[in-house]
Write a new protein. Structure first.
Length: 597
């Protein structure tokens, strides 16, 4: 009962407070955040919504929360972080000052006996607690970069923290947790796209700090194994952790300050791919739900399954990181200097080696578990631990020596698939030879290495296929390429689109199609707008800012062809005529576009 009352009171107080702040924007213009080059919004918007969130949370917590040794450190720390955020909203603080305050507050939490608990030395868990709270505080601060994104992710995280708590029958302080949920929800209804208000640093830092603290109190609090302590919060907060890590790594690489605002977050990169802002936010919300479900699933798994699942998720995250890092950003997002004395090519190779290291490890452990019916006694555990470094080093050296890292995943073809199969097979044979030489292959199962080969092959080909599929199918064309209008009959443009998609280096971006077939009723093909009347050409050219028109003459009548040429000349847009879809037609289109740009 107290939990429900806490939620609704916080929701009511926060909602009313948020509405009042919105109404005050004309009387107190200093609460407005004006658009800047490194921010996403395009109009002046109130940015003190964090005040309403904090007041709603505090009122509900004081009335319905239990005054225990657990909740007092949370409220005190949240108050200090909130005040820091308010000051930063009013007069921006240097990044190092905010970081020092966050470290000091997190250290205070440890002093008040609020920290992770495990079987290692307490100092280790003290350090992990401080790092975790500081990281979460900044993760949500950075995540607050698009309308409704941070508040929605926070609500999803709270939902799954509650579900996991109920499944495991633990004792999270639910009235306080739901006070936070209600306060965020009261703000959220005004923050959905297009946002009427922003939470500001006062809100994002407060939410990140609070969620970081609540995650320490979760089902993993009394777990002794390090993996079990960290894996659930890492999964529940996978989206902000991924976004913060991606932004941090890329900004460091390009020599930009991590604390500096920018349009280089995961959400912005989705928009750069041609996805709308609302859909980008929905994708990230959906991703948060998926990882929340995975975190919930882990409560039903044993330690071995946890390790396998976490390894697969880590590999997938690294693959997605490589994909998002490839998305082109504006030149002002990059510095002319590099922090590291190595180029981007070498950075990518390091990422690929790191990914394959994870896959090799997960595949080998999974092979052991499958071979021994998911139960390893002491002998096989020791054998696994002893042989894993040999397996890892041997396979990586084999991959490197046979040229696995010479190509680009995004251009992988059938020949590349055969190369992966060959190299993976040779690496498995090499491992068997080395183990036979050093250990006479005593105690090892031949079936084990067959399983290992199959699992590793599936992992390596699967992730590479995902990367190429995401690049070619989900986001097939360069967003900043020359904007093309295609005109053809009987879906002749299909072949042209497939070749343009396979030759992204030509930087062509089809945005509209006219299929000269009155029977065509659909409106989109491959996410491209589709029309069936040549009379619409002028309007299409204006609406879609067409730079070049491609006319596919094959199977087109003379009257239709002449009308196309006439229309192109009337609107004065360059055009290219393709008489037949020969192999070189994409190069011809690119050459023609380049001559007219």
């Amino acid at each position: 009962m107290n939990t429900a009352l806490s939620f609704f009171l916080a929701f009511l107080v926060s909602g009313i407070g948020t509405k009042l702040i919105i109404l005050m924007k004309h009387r107190f213009p200093w609460i407005l955040r004006n658009p800047t080059q490194d921010r996403w919004h395009t109009r002046a918007t109130p940015s003190m919504g964090g005040i309403a969130i904090f007041i709603g949370f505090t009122v509900a917590s004081l009335l319905f929360g239990t005054f225990s040794s657990i909740w007092k450190p949370i409220l005190l720390g949240a108050l200090l972080v909130f005040v820091t955020g308010v000051v930063d909203d009013l007069k921006p603080l240097p990044a190092y000052i905010k970081l020092l305050i966050q470290i000091a507050v997190s250290s205070l939490m440890v002093v008040m006996n609020f920290h992770f608990i495990g079987s290692y030395h307490p100092i280790f868990y003290f350090a992990v607690t401080i790092l975790w709270i500081v990281f979460m505080t900044n993760a949500f601060n950075l995540m607050d970069n698009m309308d409704g994104l941070a508040s929605g992710i926070a609500l999803i995280a709270i939902l799954f923290m509650f579900l996991i708590d109920r499944i495991t029958e633990r004792t999270l302080p639910l009235p306080i947790l739901f006070a936070l949920a209600g306060a965020i929800m009261g703000f959220f209804i005004f923050n959905t796209p297009p946002a009427k208000i922003f939470m500001g640093d006062s809100g994002s830092m407060f939410i990140g700090f609070s969620l970081g603290c609540f995650s320490i109190l979760g089902t993993w609090q009394s777990t002794t194994h390090l993996l079990l302590i960290l894996v659930v919060p890492l999964l529940v907060f996978a989206v902000p952790i991924f976004d913060t890590t991606l932004v941090t790594v890329l900004r460091r690489f390009y020599g930009r300050p991590i604390s500096q605002g920018g349009r280089d977050h995961t959400s912005h990169r989705l928009v750069h791919l041609g996805i709308s802002e609302k859909r980008s936010v929905l994708i990230l919300w959906g991703t948060a739900v998926i990882f929340g479900l995975i975190a919930t699933l882990t409560q039903l798994l044993d330690i071995a399954s946890w390790g396998i699942l976490f390894g697969v998720v880590l590999a997938l995250a690294l693959t997605l990181g490589m994909f998002f890092a490839d998305i082109e950003q504006n030149s002002d997002q990059r510095s002319n200097r590099y922090l590291f004395p190595i180029n981007l090519f070498f950075q990518r190779r390091l990422a690929e080696v790191a990914l394959d290291s994870i896959l090799i490890t997960v595949a080998y452990v999974l092979a052991y578990l499958l071979r021994h019916d998911w139960h390893l006694d002491f002998y096989y555990r020791e054998q696994l631990i002893m042989s894993l470094p040999i397996i890892l080093a041997t396979k990586l050296l084999t991959f490197l020596s046979l040229g696995l890292y010479r190509g680009y995943w995004k251009y992988i073809d059938f020949e590349g698939v055969l190369k992966i199969v060959k190299i993976t097979f040779i690496s498995s044979i090499t491992v068997v030879v080395i183990l036979t030489f050093f250990y006479r292959f005593e105690g090892f199962s031949r079936t084990l290495f067959v399983i290992d080969f199959i699992v590793l092959l599936v992992f390596m080909m699967g992730l590479r296929a995902i990367l190429r599929w995401a690049r070619e199918r989900l986001f097939p064309f360069p967003y900043n390429g020359a904007r093309l209008l295609l005109i053809g009959t009987n879906q002749q443009y299909k072949t042209l689109l497939n070749d343009i998609r396979s030759n992204r280096q030509w930087n062509l971006h089809p945005v509209a199609i006219i299929e000269l077939n009155p029977k065509v009723t659909r409106q989109r093909f491959m996410e491209i707008e589709l029309w069936n009347k040549l009379e619409d050409l002028t309007q299409i050219a204006v609406d879609f800012d067409i730079e070049h028109i491609v006319i596919i003459e094959e199977q087109m009548g003379n009257q239709e062809f002449n009308e196309c040429i006439k229309q192109c000349k009337v609107i004065n847009i360059p055009y290219t005529v393709i008489q037949s879809l020969e192999r070189s037609f994409v190069r011809r289109v690119h050459t023609s576009v380049a001559c007219h740009r």
